[in-house]
Design a protein around this ligand. Structure first.
Ligand SMILES: *Cc1c(COP(=O)(O)O)cnc(C)c1O
Length: 386
């Protein structure tokens, strides 16, 4: 169904109203999200069918480890991967997959985190250009980060008997100054070191669910369940090598280990499965061309305003293959960027945009509900026209 559904559409007006009534009862305004799949704004809105699957899960006790395995096997089959594990988010997926690379399924080691006393593998390699807030998840296991330059020689020199994994962050913003993923994998595999690709926000395209693992040969690829897949916010997918997925299961909840606080409930397990099924059934080309139409409408609506330069840009924020709109404000604009962002956020509903540099911002179609692109355009136009 619903190739026209996008990252914000829900089952209908009624459920939107109920949700916003609950927010208003708490003194909060709903947000129109023209920024992107940011966790601090709620990530994405769940796809049709996801909340029903979660509700179904909420009504029955179940053998949770068996459910975890069954959902993992189904998701692996759907995504052309050897095996799959559902984590409580992409960051949690980094924790359990690094733990799997360091401890495997060894009970003594699993119980020992974050102390790596007695471990053979204690180090994880990362490229300096890719350092970012999510690499905390690597260090959470107790692993020592070994930072290298984005050069083949630097990677070769850093690999030792203590290297447990190499973590690579996919996406255009983090790839600047970093080795191509295929090069990292080629070098790592020559030394029998597994490569974990954090591809949290790399959907669309949906084919990335198998691209990094099956096409490029990464040992593990990790995705947020609550970004482009539009599953429950507190889910993520860890996809790839069966032995490492066994390690994720052994290190994850309900085992008493570093993964125990990263619990995934039966509701989330059924919810992310429904979201993967829904996402695979969408016509991606139609969705992407709808984004193109929205961006073209914004572009013509903002063109010619004093002090405003607007241009279509591609790819989007994290390298997703669709258009978004970049806007620069000069000194002769009606207000500066910070004032504009504050004024948009102060509306009801609030409007969130993506800030760029000192004087720019971007409008992202990925997280907008039907008709919200016009609300955003009207608001930006009226503030920049005065
Ligand atoms: C969003 C993001 C994460 C975290 O994902 P969660 O599902 O919120 O845990 C990790 N890595 C990257 C590169 C991301 O963009």
């Amino acid at each position: 169904m619903a190739a026209s559904e996008n990252a914000a559409s829900t089952e209908g007006e009624a459920s939107l109203d109920v949700a916003s009534a609950a927010l208003r009862a708490l003194g909060l305004r709903p947000v129109i999200n023209a920024a992107g799949t940011l966790t601090r704004l709620g990530g994405s809105l769940m796809a049709p069918g996801v909340v029903e699957a979660m509700a179904e899960g909420s009504r029955h006790f179940v053998d949770l480890p068996a459910l975890q395995r069954a959902v993992g096997e189904r998701i692996a089959r759907l995504t052309n991967n050897e095996a799959a594990y559902v984590s409580s988010g992409a960051a949690a997926g980094i924790v359990v997959s690094v733990a799997a690379c360091l401890a495997g399924t060894d009970p003594g080691r699993i119980a020992n985190f974050p102390s790596l006393r007695g471990f053979d593998k204690t180090e994880v390699i990362i490229q300096r250009a890719q350092r970012n807030g999510y690499d905390y998840a690597i260090r959470q296991t107790g692993a020592t980060l070994v930072e290298i330059e984005g050069a083949a020689g630097s990677l070769e020199a850093a690999i030792t008997d203590r290297t447990g994994a190499i973590v690579v962050f996919a996406g255009t913003r983090l790839m600047t100054g970093a080795l191509p993923i295929a090069t990292v994998i080629e070098i790592a595999h020559r030394h029998h070191v597994p490569v974990i690709v954090d591809a949290a926000a790399q959907i669309p395209p949906i084919s990335n669910l198998w691209h990094f693992t099956r096409d490029l040969g990464a040992d593990i690829a990790i995705f947020s369940g609550g970004k482009g897949l539009r599953g429950p916010q507190s889910t993520g997918l860890v996809l790839g090598r069966a032995d490492l997925i066994e390690g994720c299961i052994a290190n994850g909840s309900p085992s008493a280990s570093v993964g125990r606080p990263l619990k995934v409930g039966k509701e989330e397990l059924l919810g992310i499965l429904a979201a993967v099924e829904w996402s695979l059934a969408q016509d991606e080309a139609t969705t992407i061309s709808r984004y193109e139409t929205i961006v073209a409408g914004w572009l013509s609506g903002l063109r010619g305003l004093p002090g405003v330069t607007a241009e279509r840009a591609f790819p989007s924020e994290a390298g997703q293959p669709h258009a978004w709109l970049l806007v620069q404000l000069r000194d002769d604009a009606a207000m500066d960027r910070d004032a504009l962002v504050a004024a948009l956020w102060d509306r009801d509903p609030r409007i969130a945009v993506w800030e760029l540099g000192e004087s720019g911002f971007a409008l992202n179609p990925q997280t907008l509900g039907d008709g919200e692109d016009a609300v955003v355009l009207d608001a930006v136009r009226s503030l920049l026209s005065t």
